[in-house]
Design a protein around this ligand. Structure first.
Ligand code: 6R9
Length: 658
């Protein structure tokens, strides 16, 4: 990219933090000052929220960049920090997980129950020959055993590699092979959209291609028939029969904790490696700070799947290390009805909710009368993660879910960053709809131009991180060179200029006139229109601000005159008339609406009205596939699509206009 991003949209609405929340906030404005004055001292203070068996000698060793070591010489056990210490503190009867199965079955798991299960699982894994440093693949639905399995691995120093339960046999097999895993933990199946959906047959096919696998541990969830082989063991016949006593051993702060694969747009998936002390410090601190978690009264719910980094950091490690009570839900938001999420909030008095923009836009499409039917007065902080949240979706979330009261925290981070990096603090920050606002205390994010120069307020460019942070990835599993090439070679020392090592996040961003940060999507998706760099996010937000549009995805398609031209895929709201001439008229109106909102340069060449958009399991729009459609190419890799039928729907149900 030769130029930086054009700064098109502007937003003037501002929402100050609620006074009562600000008065009692866990983290206040002085934390920013403290972290600026002494960044490493600030992180050391946060690390003291954990129980260490041995204190560190050095907070950060950055003598061999970009390979960081945090809390050097320190030792701790992650599972002890997430479970045992709460029981020892007298909180054994506190609910850790209110689990809600999709068919409506429920389980209530206290911290004492969790300690029993994790200890049994740790003993069972040890008996199956798993030791510190071994890799364990976890391929489970959203059932409590997923959290138990992760904690049991952490307890014995084995690395978990959670593979999302919706991924294909191939995706599972390549991840098992890359990590050389010895054990897979899976289930007969899980419930999705009202039906049992099998998992075990996929594991059987994958294991046939993976000689490293010695055992397969199977949880019985749906009771469906499963083929049974020599390596297979039932969870209830091994784990649930194992001893309930297990003494946690401590591990070095830099002992590896987990691998989580990110797909990326090209090449084989990258196994992102996280380690123990720094990761838990940041997961724990950000949960407390960004949700303003009050352990005695709050009920937290993160709607992510455990196979996504959000599930790792904000279902397992963040909430449990803080002794939180949380909800875990197995299924989809519209089973058996479109009010299921709000029914769950109402039932468990959820006070802190963490979800994704894709879900908010889906709820917008379904209509505000659905959340209106439920008592959502327990909600006091609303989180968003995964994609830029369009200002219209933000306002809808605030009004219909937060009832114009609960602050929204839009949290930017990545699998690679391990924990939240840029976010408002609910008791401190006056928020703007659609902005992630400012780096958290102790984090140094910036927006730079091609030459790694910080852009002034009002400018756009590349999002970078200038200083190492505790939960940063340590490498790509088995590929240090790819780690350097992917994240550290675009700017700074890794690119051969200066001494500063600069992490390139791969996202475009801008600073508004007040210095607040706006995330603009992946730079691979940025469009180059007649020499101007335009972000997909801004054009999508302009489309979503039209009352007839529920969702939009925008791509740049090659164009003989302008280099690239904007092509938009738009889902109309249920109420919009899109048949024949009315559809044509709407398309013209939308093109003009974008031109009016952002300027003539951003006017789409073409708008297609479509019934669905292709998304990953974590709700990110796969623009790469839409680019294939826009440029009449055959589709690339679709293995990480949430619903593979969607691309057929788009091609057949497409109404296009120029
Ligand atoms: C946590 C997670 C990371 C990418 C990231 C960015 C996008 C995440 C965002 C956001 C704008 C936010 N992203 N949160 N963009 N605003 N609040 O999503 O991790 O799956 O690795 O994705 O997601 O593009 O680079 P991961």
């Amino acid at each position: 990219m030769s130029e930086t991003l054009e700064n098109l949209s502007s937003e003037s609405r501002v929402f100050p933090p609620p006074a009562d929340l600000a008065e009692r906030a866990n983290v206040t404005a002085s934390d920013y000052d403290a972290a600026t004055a002494d960044r490493l001292g600030y992180w050391a203070q946060q690390a003291h929220r954990l129980t260490w068996t041995k204190e560190w000698d050095q907070v950060l060793d950055w003598s061999n960049p970009p390979f960081a070591k945090w809390f050097v010489g320190g030792a701790l056990n992650i599972a002890y920090n997430c479970v045992d210490r709460h029981v020892e503190a007298g909180l054994g009867d506190k609910v850790a997980i209110h689990w809600e199965g999709e068919p409506g079955d429920t389980r209530t798991i206290t911290y004492a129950d969790l300690l029993t299960s994790v200890s049994q699982a740790a003993n069972a894994l040890t008996e199956l020959g798993i030791g510190a440093g071994d890799r364990v693949a976890i391929y489970l639905p959203m059932i409590p055993e997923a959290a138990v399995a992760m904690l049991a691995c952490a307890r014995i120093g084995a690395l978990h590699s959670v593979v999302f339960g919706g991924f294909s046999v191939d995706a599972l097999a390549t991840r098992i092979q890359d990590a050389d895993a010895k054990l897979v933990i899976t289930a007969d199946g899980g419930y999705r959209r009202g039906k049992p959906s099998a998992l075990k047959p996929m594991v059987d096919d994958a294991v046939a291609q993976c000689p490293s696998i010695e055992n397969v541990l199977v949880v019985r969830r749906t009771g469906q028939d499963v083929a049974w082989g020599e390596k297979d063991k039932w969870w209830h016949e091994t784990v649930e029969q194992a001893s309930e006593q297990h003494k946690p051993e401590s591990f070095d702060a830099e002992h590896p904790l987990f691998i989580l694969y990110t797909s990326g747009t090209t090449g084989k998936p990258k196994g992102i490696l996280h380690t123990t002390g720094g990761y838990l410090t940041q997961a724990s601190y950000t949960f407390d700070a960004v949700f303003d978690h009050k352990p005695d009264t709050d009920v937290f719910w993160c709607t992510a799947d455990i196979g996504w980094v959000t599930g790792h950091s904000y279902i397992v490690y963040g909430p449990l290390s803080n002794g939180a009570t949380q909800v875990m839900y197995e299924g989809t938001p519209d089973t058996p009805h479109k009010g299921r999420f709000w029914e769950i909030v109402d039932k468990y008095h959820v006070s802190l909710l963490y979800t994704a923009p894709t879900l908010i836009r889906t709820m917008m499409k379904w209509g505000e009368d659905i959340p209106a039917k439920y008592d959502l007065s327990s909600l006091r902080v609303l989180g968003s993660v995964g994609e830029p949240i369009n200002p219209e979706a933000w306002m809808w979330y605030r009004k219909n879910v937060g009832r114009d009261r609960a602050p929204i925290v839009d949290t930017w981070w990545q699998t690679e960053t391990g924990g939240m990096m840029i976010s408002p603090l609910p008791g401190v920050t006056a928020t703007k709809p659609g902005s992630a606002m400012t780096p958290l205390p102790g984090i140094s994010a910036d927006v730079v131009d091609d030459q790694a120069q910080s852009v002034p307020d009002g400018g756009g460019g590349f999002l970078v991180l200038r200083e190492p942070w505790p939960s940063m990835l340590r490498t790509i599993w088995g590929d240090d060179q790819r780690f350097i090439d992917t994240y550290w070679s675009r700017f700074g020392a890794g690119a051969g200029s200066g001494d500063e090592w600069i992490y390139f996040a791969g996202d475009g961003a801008k600073k508004d006139d007040d210095g607040a940060l706006w995330l603009l999507g992946r730079v691979d998706d940025v469009m180059l229109i007649s020499g101007h760099n335009i972000s997909t996010t801004e054009v999508e937000s302009a489309l979503v601000s039209h009352p007839s549009v529920a969702e939009a995805a925008v791509v740049g398609a090659s164009d003989p005159t302008t280099g690239q031209a904007i092509v938009a895929f738009t889902i109309p709201r249920g109420t919009a008339d899109i048949e024949g001439a009315a559809g044509e008229a709407l398309i013209q109106e939308l093109r003009n609406h974008v031109a009016k909102t952002l300027g003539p340069i951003a006017k789409p060449r073409q708008i297609m009205l479509v019934p669905e958009l292709p998304k990953t399991r974590s709700g990110k729009i796969m623009r790469r596939l839409l680019r294939d459609v826009a440029e009449n190419r055959s589709l690339g890799d679709v293995t990480t699509l949430q619903d593979s039928a969607v691309m057929d729907l788009i091609s057949s149900g497409m109404q296009s206009g120029k």
